[in-house]
Design a protein. Structure first.
Length: 503
């Protein structure tokens, strides 16, 4: 019988290990001055150093060292007073030097941790993910396999190489094994990568765009019978490039391994590739034998020896932990969990906070960013922040608060700003958007609505207050939505003998 995920985790205990690669957003590469712009024409951002030409000498990027130390500090690591680079020797077409300059036995950051919280059947639970090391290295180039149906080398007619990415500063964050996650292993992995991404973004060291490969995860997992105290044979799913895929890849891999074990088959230690369309993984290359990378110290680079005082200066620059910041803001804004999760998932926490700092009332700031602005962004398939600035949103909210705009008029203003008609003030002037608040003008529209619907007016006089909605709607239509609905209601009810003072 085939085991589903529930059956697999009732019988087998998953053990996780995660390796996350992060491209730093430095202006130049790790060991040369070549640009790092994403999407440039192939092979236009190269030089003798990153192409590994004879006689070319590398120089370490100081900003990359600073960024790596900041990452280590944010992950509660110790910063090594002495670390060095090594040559990791292996052949692959997109690695021009035939070795990768990396850190081996002396990494710059060690012994850290990150606590992540997930929802379980018993409520929120925190898991501690121990981090073994954070080290610096350089990225490889990019291969494009042409022909065939998979986009991979097998079945391709030929391959093209782009070395623009070769030499871009790369940080690898390696966890120790993560036991005790049970059936929540995929959720723990997703929560860890999510929180790690948030920390990296808050540090400003990477754009962490998983879809562009600037943050990618290698997910290791093994299974052993529950209670055995053993570690199973692991597989490594390479270069998973979305948060959802991290969870899906591990779920599918746990099911696959469990069913192989149930069938009496052994697990092969290997790399695997995640298939987005099916949620399954397929074999890559075997890793059953230790690979000899012939590491040796990089002779062309001096050791990295950061000054202790400098490290403490960097520690003082660390921003508030994103998870702690979200909890603080949620409390300050008095936001329910569901709405806060919506803000987090839409990546709108920062812009809402900035809008509030510009004077907007918190509830309205959240409502406008999550509502109308997000709706327009979804229609255009862009990020909400690309449509309108926080300053303009704060200005529109201020006009609503002062009574100069109704919500309906404000939606027209937002639409005009998004369509390129200028600032909120420009849109209001061009479209003639102004709240009709003059009592005499409103009474003209109210009396016309009563004359058109006398039966409705009689029901209101008889105490049927909800019937007022039809007349209010008629007045709003007659004024082009520019009347203050609350004021219309007040005047209408008073006129029909249902005002507060007559009750």
């Amino acid at each position: 019988m085939t085991l589903d995920y529930k059956g697999a985790t009732e019988k087998y205990e998953p053990t996780l290990g995660l390796e996350v690669h992060v491209e730093l957003n430095t202006n130049s590469k790790m060991f040369c001055s070549c640009a790092t712009e994403f999407g440039a024409s192939p092979n236009t951002q190269t030089c003798p150093v990153c192409l590994g030409l004879p006689g070319a000498l590398p120089v370490v990027n100081g900003k990359a060292i600073e960024s790596t130390i900041l990452i280590g500090l944010a992950l509660n690591c110790s910063i090594a007073p002495y670390s060095r680079f090594a040559r990791k020797n292996y052949f692959y077409p997109d690695m021009p030097k035939n070795f990768q300059t990396s850190q081996y036995d002396e990494p710059i950051c060690v012994d850290g941790y990150l606590d992540v919280e997930i929802e379980t059947d018993d409520g929120p639970k925190t898991f501690r993910v121990d981090i073994e090391r954070v080290h610096m290295e350089e990225d490889t180039g990019k291969s494009l396999h042409v022909g065939g149906s998979t986009g991979r080398i097998h079945g391709a007619e030929y391959s093209l190489l782009d070395y623009n990415r070769a030499g871009i500063p790369l940080v690898e964050i390696v966890t120790r094994i993560i036991p005790g996650t049970g059936k929540y292993a995929p959720q723990v992995a997703r929560a860890y990568v999510t929180q790690l991404r948030d920390i990296l973004r808050s540090l400003g060291v990477s754009d962490v765009k998983m879809e562009q490969g600037s943050l990618r995860c290698d997910a290791n997992v093994s299974l052993a019978p529950i209670g055995s105290g053993l570690l199973g044979t692991r597989s490594e799913t390479k270069n998973v490039n979305s948060l959802r895929s991290v969870e899906r890849a591990l779920t599918g891999e746990i099911e696959r391994q469990a069913n192989r074990l149930e069938a009496g088959e052994r697990i092969i230690q290997e790399t695997r590739h995640f298939l987005e369309e099916s949620g399954l993984t397929r074999p890559g290359r075997s890793k059953e034998q230790a690979e000899d990378y012939r590491y040796f110290p990089e002779p062309d680079l001096v050791p990295v020896t950061p000054d202790a005082k400098w490290i403490e200066e960097l520690r003082a620059k660390l921003p508030e932990n994103p998870a702690d910041r979200r909890k603080r803001l949620q409390k300050e804004w008095n936001v329910p969990d569901s709405e806060m999760n919506s803000l987090i998932n839409a990546e709108l926490v920062d812009v809402v906070e900035e809008t509030i700092k510009l004077g907007a009332e918190p509830t309205r700031a959240r409502t406008w960013w999550l509502g109308e602005i997000s709706r327009l962004a979804n229609e255009k398939e862009v990020a909400p922040t690309s449509l309108i600035t926080t300053a303009f949103v704060a200005e529109i909210i201020a006009l609503i608060t002062s009574g100069d705009l109704t919500d309906k008029l404000a939606r027209q203003v937002v639409e005009g700003v998004v369509n390129g008609e200028g600032s909120p003030k420009d849109v209001i002037e061009k479209r003639g958007l102004k709240v009709v608040s003059d009592d005499s003008a409103l009474m003209v529209a109210i009396e016309a609505a009563i004359a058109a619907q006398p039966d409705t007016a009689e029901r209101i006089r008889g105490g049927n207050i909800p019937a007022a909605g039809a007349l209010i709607g008629a007045v709003m239509k007659a004024t082009g939505g520019q009347a203050d609905a609350a004021k219309v209601r007040e005047l209408l009810l008073r006129h029909l003998g249902q005002g507060q003072e007559t009750r």
